[in-house]
Design a protein around this ligand. Structure first.
Ligand code: B16
Ligand code: MG
Length: 217
């Protein structure tokens, strides 16, 4: 039976967290707020609006709505500047192998990302055409851990949630997959992603035989 495999983008397909970090750090510095890589970790899978709210909370700052909007757009401009220089060398190890294997097995392949920039990034790394459906921050009204992004992906592929498998690097994303009643696969650190059904350091650890078991069960 056909299954759907839904991939998060940042931290699963490419490591754009480093670019989010540089842009958020610049913004935080302009507000005299200190911002660490550990704090950036907590912004993984979190929407742009919520990320800025959290940074302001950490710094104990309140700003006007107008300034909030301006800062978000400046942050995104800087982020887009980094993105514009991306190429295929930034695809995380063995992602193309897994995508091509799923396609060869005629499985559904979707993107489920919180990012409003997901389509540009997929084009830059030349993976856009590998996806049957792309659901990103422009298609959802509720951020992860709400399951909306993955449920839209499943519906677009005509596959019921229990026949979907989600690859995620963030805690919020794993929780979203679990509450959608999908199989969750954590990509990254087991101590952070312990709520996932399966956890792998990265795609180099995922063998075709494992994918076969997901396809047939
Ligand atoms: P943007 P994902 C998420 O992508 C990032 O992990 C998160 O750090 C970012 O704030 C969010 O996208 C929104 O991104 O500002 O580009 O709309 O992990 O869900 O693919
Ligand atoms: Mg992610």
């Amino acid at each position: 039976m056909k299954k759907a495999f839904i991939f998060d983008l940042d931290g699963v397909i490419v490591d754009t967290a480093k670019y989010h970090f540089l842009a958020w750090q610049n913004l935080a510095t302009s507000l005299e707020i200190s911002f660490s890589e550990e704090q950036n970790e907590q912004l993984k899978g979190v929407s742009r609006v919520r990320s800025l709210e959290k940074i302001l909370e950490w710094g104990g700052k309140t700003i006007s709505e107008e300034r909030f909007t301006k800062l978000m757009s400046e942050k995104n401009e800087e982020y887009l500047n980094y993105i514009s220089r991306m190429d295929t060398s930034e695809i995380l190890p063995d992602v193309p192998r897994i995508l091509d294997y799923l396609i060869s097995k005629e499985q559904g392949v979707a993107l489920g990302s919180a990012s409003k920039n997901a389509r540009i990034i997929l084009e830059k790394v030349e993976l856009y055409d590998k996806f049957h459906s792309i659901v990103d921050g422009t298609n959802v009204s509720k951020a992860k851990p709400d399951p909306e992004v993955f449920l839209i992906g499943a519906e677009a592929l005509g596959v019921s949630p229990e026949n979907c498998v989600v690859f995620e690097d963030s805690v919020a994303g794993i929780q979203a997959a679990n509450s959608a009643n999908m199989i969750s696969i954590g990509i990254g650190n087991p101590s952070v992603l312990h709520e996932a059904d399966y956890i792998f350091k990265d795609f180099t650890e995922i063998k075709e035989e494992f994918i076969d078991t997901l396809v047939t069960t």
